[in-house]
Write a protein of this length. Structure first.
Length: 63
């Protein structure tokens, strides 16, 4: 009986640890992706107009 209880506790512990690891990995992946998206959508220049998204176009038109 003791062996079965010990085995069940071991199984439960490993399940909890693996769940925590998976959740942490998912959280890090999602937060990293969100940061990358936010970084890419941020305009590179504060004077940048909405139409001129490409840097080259901006430089050519305003030199």
């Amino acid at each position: 009986m003791k062996g079965i209880v010990a085995f069940m506790l071991l199984l439960l512990g490993s399940l909890v640890i693996s769940t925590l690891v998976v959740m942490t990995a998912l959280y890090l992946f999602i937060s990293n992706t969100a940061l990358k998206l936010r970084w890419n959508n941020k305009p590179k220049d504060s004077k940048l107009r909405e139409g001129a998204v490409i840097e080259g176009e901006y430089e050519v038109k305003h030199k």
